[in-house]
Write a protein that binds this ligand. Structure first.
Ligand code: ATP
Ligand code: MG
Length: 605
């Protein structure tokens, strides 16, 4: 990376006008037609997570879409926990989900709901179907039911229990509720059509028996509604007008509508599907994210390498950048994969405006300015933002000994190397010009110290003779600074599609680290590469270099930094103070580099 001190001009890969002047998406068109026709006077949307894990970047899309539409059309936005599966759900997840939705900037106000609040109503509606001859209790095992279901080319077969009388079904269903039967002994099924071309319509299961403690209803129930039976009816209870979900539910829509038509529900919601948001190098399956956490491949749900909202937040992403990313990714009808570079671009764009500039040296080597006295202390001013004088300035202190980046010096430089080299002059950002004179090496030949001289006339960053200095490098005082632990992240997986497993090798290879960034000096704490795992899982694609830790030095102004604070470290990227920081031991995450990796990536493909 060379001396690009101002990241302006690096943003040009994406057209900024795109999000401002975009045309309406198909969901907005539906909503506007519904408002125009008078079908609805107020629209109501919802985000319906199952509390069985932390939210990820895909959920951010669903939140921004549902919450954003409610805001755009002055409607209501509900947060509803789809908590119908007692076995996998926990209060911890409920808490984290609420925090994440708020952080993204969406407010459900009074409208916080739980599907479990509707269990009694759903039970009554199941009874309604039984009385109408539209549901029956089936004693078949899960295996038998699966086998009788048929497949895409063969129709299903009717269960021998399908023609029980309504009275018998009512009696059995009540007894299921009372706990007279064991798990799996009986289910309640809709009585629709075993030959229906849509498999979801072949007498789907409505209730199953699960003698399990529920995080909210405790032991009140031992039968639980299936997702399909709970979801649309919950929408109807809440008066949801547009029930927006991802494409995998398209095949469920006939069933969604069947329940709404056959039950005395108070409202008629409409299900609309859109494409899931996917991002390269990221996994958006809660099951796999849970596995990464449980097996210790990452440090937790909020590990800054995780695609969870809590991980992204800790990494230093802003809510604005995530909302912008979802807007630019757009509402699609067909699944596609967004480039991680888009997400990074949105963060840079936001932080370019907001983040104060600071200097930190991530991979230090000492420079002694030999013509300065020992007790030199020269104070220079550095603006907090090059384009925003209103953001003020801070003091930058030059002493006789300073640190620069190891890769900003070359003993034997190639032609177009404009940084420090023997006999070559560079500008020290905000301060003066120095020329390298000498190097000191250890027994192995590593450079331990560089000697340089300063031109006293160059104080302030220019000389009376107006001579040009091509390179400007950043530096910190070696005696007045703030040491910190710097965590440099790469993608958690080595493949754009982490699920792509190479069958011939059974293990992903690590990418080269050749980023030119600070090499590892500390314990890398990279995740295991999944050796010892059964061959051919996404774990084989874990990037062993996804975390690199260095002992870095920042300018004195960093001493006051608090957790969550973000900076641009000049020439190095955007950084954010990690919650692991303690008084006197600062930990800082690199959120994203300065360079747009978009260009690099498109060259590769
Ligand atoms: P799983 O099916 O593994 O439990 P899920 O990601 O579907 O996970 P839910 O809690 O059911 O989890 O999701 C809540 C809402 O978020 C749903 O409406 C779902 O359609 C939506 N959603 C989930 N993943 C994405 C994604 N990648 N892009 C957009 N929306 C998503
Ligand atoms: Mg789901």
């Amino acid at each position: 990376m060379d001396g690009n001190l101002n990241s302006r001009g690096l943003l040009g890969e994406f057209d900024m006008s795109e999000s401002e002047s975009r045309s309406k998406n198909f969901i907005e068109e539906i909503i506007e037609a519904d408002l125009a026709s008078g079908k609805h006077s107020t629209i109501v949307t919802r985000f319906p997570p199952e509390p069985n894990g932390y939210l990820h970047v895909g959920h951010a899309m669903a939140i921004c879409l549902n919450g954003g539409l409610a805001r755009e059309y002055n409607g209501r936005f509900h947060l509803r926990f789809d908590d119908t599966n007692p076995v996998k759900e926990e209060m911890e997840y409920v808490q984290s989900i609420m925090e994440d939705v708020k952080w993204l900037g969406f407010d459900w106000g009074e409208n916080l709901y739980f599907a479990s609040d509707y269990f009694e109503q759903l039970f009554e509606w199941a009874v309604h179907l039984i009385k109408a001859g539209l549901a029956y209790v089936d004693d078949s095992s899960a295996e038998e039911i699966r086998e009788m279901r048929g497949n895409l080319t063969e129709p299903g077969r009717e269960s021998p229990f399908r023609n029980r009388s309504a009275d018998e079904n009512l009696d059995l269903f009540e007894r299921m509720r009372k706990g007279e039967f064991g798990n799996g002994e009986k289910v309640l099924r809709a009585r629709i059509d075993m030959t229906h071309p849509n498999m979801n319509m072949r007498d789907p299961v409505l209730y199953r028996i699960a003698h399990a403690h529920h995080h909210r209803t405790g032991d009140a129930w031992c039968i639980y509604p299936m997702y399909d039976f709970a979801h649309g009816q919950s929408d109807a209870i809440e008066g949801i007008t547009h029930s927006i979900c991802t494409l995998e539910f398209e095949e469920h829509r006939p069933l969604y509508d069947w329940f709404i038509e056959n039950l005395p529900v108070p409202h008629q919601p409409r299900q609309i599907e859109f494409a899931r948001l996917n991002v390269t190098y990221m996994i958006t399956s809660k099951r796999k994210l849970l596995q990464l956490v449980k097996e210790g491949h990452v440090r937790g749900w909020d590990d800054p390498r995780m695609p969870t909202i809590s991980g992204i937040r800790r990494r230093g992403y802003t809510p604005e950048s995530i909302r912008e990313m979802t807007a630019r990714a757009g509402v699609a009808k067909r699944n596609k994969i967004n480039d991680l570079a888009l997400m990074e671009f949105c963060l840079r764009k936001d932080l370019e405006e907001k983040a104060v500039r600071r200097i930190a040296v991530l991979d230090p080597v000492k420079v002694v300015i030999t013509n300065l006295p020992e007790d030199t202390r020269e104070v220079y001013a550095g603006p907090n933002h090059p384009a925003k004088p209103e953001m003020g300035e801070r003091e930058v202190v030059l002493t006789r000994e300073i640190f620069i980046e190891r890769d900003d010096f070359m003993e034997d430089p190639p032609k177009k190397y404009f940084r420090l080299a023997p006999g070559q002059e560079v500008r020290l950002r905000y301060a003066c010009y120095i020329t390298a004179t000498d190097v000191v090496k250890d027994a192995e030949g590593n450079i331990t110290e560089i000697h340089a001289t300063m031109d006293p006339e160059s104080r302030g960053g220019s000389t009376p003779d107006g001579r040009r200095v091509k390179g400007t490098i950043h530096w910190v005082s070696a005696t007045e600074n703030v040491p910190f632990e710097c965590r440099l992240y790469e993608t958690l997986f080595t493949k754009e599609d982490p699920n792509e497993v190479d069958p011939s090798t059974g293990s992903g290879q690590a990418p080269s680290t050749g980023s030119g960034q600070a090499p590892s000096t500390g314990s890398g704490q990279a995740p295991s590469t999944g050796s010892g795992q059964a061959p051919g899982t996404f774990l084989d694609n874990l990037n062993p270099h996804s975390l690199e830790i260095t002992k870095a030095f920042g300018e004195p102004a960093l001493a006051a930094a608090s957790v969550g604070e973000r900076f641009q470290f000049e020439r190095k990227g955007y950084f954010c103070v990690d919650p692991d920081s303690k008084a006197g031991s600062l930990v800082i995450n690199r959120s994203v580099g300065l360079r747009d990796s978009w260009g690099k990536q498109s060259q590769r493909s």
